[in-house]
Design a protein around this ligand. Structure first.
Ligand SMILES: [Zn+2]
Length: 456
């Protein structure tokens, strides 16, 4: 059978595939640091050359920041777009690495054989799983199936400043039937997942101001209003005793998940005790009566990320401060409108201010949640393909974090996306000693071959 031949080829070619990945990992394409601009360019060149070698019409496309890589192949059949990013996070603190982050190597650890180096999992190792699947397919059949567009970004780790303009300017060229995004993880060590829900993110910074200057609490204490007292009262009122957010209208547009999905999530047997135990906790702190997965994947949150005010140095100072600040963020789901929530939050804060105090606000981002429509046949075919490779039922999962790219594809290209990745929780992405398991790389590559066969 044709797919079997491709899978066999992937198995045989694994050592060479790993060598190619190590080669790409040696390029320090840190997008956020201007000192590595030429390296980002070099990584883009490397990928263009590799894609051209596979028969793609590949080009490096300039932006005001780091270049995009765009490649096309095929002219008939279903059109798939693959997205990954070739830039990586900075490596500091570098002394916590057990090896030079850009001298990657295959290491044998107690748990697994791993590819160690910056970008191994996020995202070079992941993007190469798709390219290696294409390579094996081409070697076996002489041509790739359907139409494939590969779109690789070099600014994902630095806020993607060029992405939206690029999508707008090149919408016709980039739009495909569906996008495949490889920048996420397995659900559990051996359970593959298609992420179909992503939470949105809204940030607000509040400053409460009272007296015109810091005061002595012996002289003014009790008489003058303390901005920290005002701020903490407001922050403490953001949740009720059941863990629900009290901002008026906050739950507008928050849907209940269907019973079938809830049952599927319950079937994943997520161990919240272990999940919390890893960080020294034992009790769910979110909305009462909701499971951990519901709380992370399908419910909105309000978190206080930082508080500042008054004297926080060594010793003691009886100051009554003139100002107090807090940073508050919200993870959003369903159809929650970030702008409406921002307004409602500000109105609530204003309504709680006592005489002599004012509040000012600084906004930080406002992206709505994303939810894929899984009713089309592509999702189920891809899920089956993943299930066959991993030998367990692949799951439709959510992601507590916010991955804006899927939303951008929907907004600017009117294209749904499947987020399929093979990372594991202990990959230490963004941290020292990042790794990607050889098994994930290998089975990830095989997974893409199966998905290509299923979707084309
Ligand atoms: Zn990434």
């Amino acid at each position: 059978m044709t797919l079997d031949a491709v899978l066999t080829r992937i198995d045989i070619d694994l050592p060479a595939s790993l060598d190619r990945l190590l080669d790409l990992l040696r390029i320090p394409s840190i997008s956020t640091d201007p000192a590595y601009k030429a390296d980002c360019d070099r990584a883009a060149d490397w990928l263009v050359a590799d894609l051209a070698g596979l028969g793609f019409t590949a080009s490096k496309r300039p932006t005001s920041g780091h270049p995009m890589v765009v490649a096309h192949i095929g002219d008939a059949g279903p059109h798939l777009m693959f997205y990954g990013h070739y830039d990586v996070q900075p490596v500091d603190p570098v002394d916590l690495w057990t090896r030079d982050p850009f001298a990657p190597q295959i290491e044998e650890t107690a748990k697994a054989k791993v590819i160690r180096g910056r970008g191994a999992a996020d995202d070079k190792g992941q993007l190469m799983t798709f390219l290696e699947a294409c390579r094996a397919w081409k070697a076996t059949h002489g041509a790739l199936p359907g139409r494939i567009t590969v779109f690789l970004e070099g600014e994902e780790e630095s806020g993607s400043p060029s992405l939206i303009p690029f999508l707008k300017d090149n919408a016709d060229e980039l739009k495909a039937d569906i996008a495949l995004i490889c920048d996420t993880g397995l659900f559990a060590d051996r359970v593959p997942a298609i992420v179909t829900r992503l939470r949105g993110l809204l940030g607000e910074e509040i400053t409460i101001e009272g007296p015109t200057k810091d005061l002595h609490s012996g002289m003014y204490g009790g008489v003058a209003m303390n901005p920290i007292r005002v701020l903490t009262r407001i922050l403490a009122s953001l949740h009720d005793d059941d863990g629900r957010v009290t901002i008026p209208g906050f739950y507008d547009g928050v849907p209940e998940i269907p019973d079938t999905l809830k049952a599927a999530w319950d079937g994943l047997n997520f161990d919240h005790c272990a999940f919390l135990g890893d960080v020294g906790l034992s009790h769910l702190a979110g909305e009462a009566g909701r499971t951990a997965l519901e709380q992370i994947w399908s419910r909105p949150t309000c978190e206080i990320n930082g508080i500042e005010g008054g004297y926080t140095g060594d010793g003691f100072k009886t100051v009554l401060p003139s100002k107090a600040h807090a940073k508050v963020s919200f993870r959003l789901v369903g159809q929650q409108d970030p702008h409406a929530i921002r307004e409602s939050f500000r109105t609530m804060v204003q309504s709680m201010l006592p005489a002599d105090c004012t509040a000012s606000f600084t906004p930080h981002g406002a992206s709505p949640a994303g939810q894929m429509d899984t009713s089309g046949p592509a999702f189920e075919k891809a899920r089956q393909a993943l299930s066959e490779e991993w030998g367990v039922d692949a799951a439709y999962t959510g992601c507590g974090g916010s991955i804006p790219i899927a939303g951008y594809f929907k907004t600017y290209l009117d294209m749904d996306a499947m987020l399929i990745g093979f990372g594991r929780d202990d990959d230490q992405i963004h941290s020292p000693n990042e790794k990607y398991d050889v098994e994930c790389f290998h089975k990830g590559t095989r997974s893409w071959a199966r998905i290509l066969a299923a979707l084309t």
